[in-house]
Design a protein around this ligand. Sequence first.
Ligand code: 5AD
Length: 354
Amino acid sequence: MAYTKNEIINMLATVADDEVEKLRQQAYSVMLENCGSNVYLRGLIEFSNICTNNCNYCGIRKSNHKVHRYQLNRENILQSAIMSMKSGFGSVVLQSGQRQDAEFVGFVCSIVREIKQITKSEMLPNGVGITLSVGEQSEETYRKFFDAGAHRYLLRIESSNPELYAKIHPGEMKFENRLHCLEVLKKIGYQIGTGVMIGLPGQTLEDLANDILFFKSIDADMIGMGPFIPHKDTPMNEEKFPWDKNRNYRLGLNMIAATRLVLEDVNIASTTSLQAIAEGGREHGLMFGANVIMPQQTCQEVRNEYLLYDGKPFLNETIDELASGVKQKVEALGRKIAFNTFGDPLHFFNRGKK
Ligand code: 5AD
């Protein structure tokens, strides 16, 4: 169904319990109609926090010298990928800070190839699905990653309002470049994922409604978005930018529901940042129309060094505990987990048909 911007703003503005429940039910039934009740799990491997960018909101920004920087080695990453595959997760996400040097690009290509090889099974003859989330790269690099075997890419636009984008990023980071990257990724043939932070200082409901229309206009296949949470060692810390936790949480859920209503057949992730604000937040997101969870599968030793925001959950569990925990919680909701399958977004195959 086509919604106007005002209708979307009204969805986002919903606060009364009974109205929120109505919105949730609508979104849930649109999810069931378009995607069914399956939940897809992707093992998230945060393989390095070394970053050459200086995003004002992010805990691993280059200028944060309090962070101990790490880069996991090949064996360690492969081990996470294998454990994730053995838990039945049909896809993994490799995420890191942004680096564009040849050594990094070569490392990512070889690790993608090895994961594809090593995770082959009867059910997944080509190995697990691989999503990359390593920032802005050249077309040549994106092609190398694709040829190595990655078939999905996540690159959040962070805010589709260029002025707001400019406020939360240093001058050298250009909105146009991010847009260009998304176009290139799509041209190459990736399934593309994007998203925004919700509740940024100065962000209006109209901005958020425009974000959803932006997702539609670029024909995104996957959406990952979550509440903005200040990190103490960044320019956007809580003292400078007091935040309203409850508002950001509620808006996070309303955004999932509104995105489901407008975009219908995309995959929507229920993100860890919802869980960082409230216990059970990830499951809550699934009830509002999300159908993907990306449980961390990064080894425990470095997990607490990959802190994009304060209060990140699940720092003390083992990889196996994280996998079994998420399975129990999703099944307790009555949702079925689709194991041992890529779990591609249907939108990718429906593109241009609707
Ligand atoms: N609060 C919420 N989300 C954040 N991200 C980075 N920093 C924060 C923060 N302080 C998100 C960005 C980025 C993704 C990997 O994490 O949207 O694209």
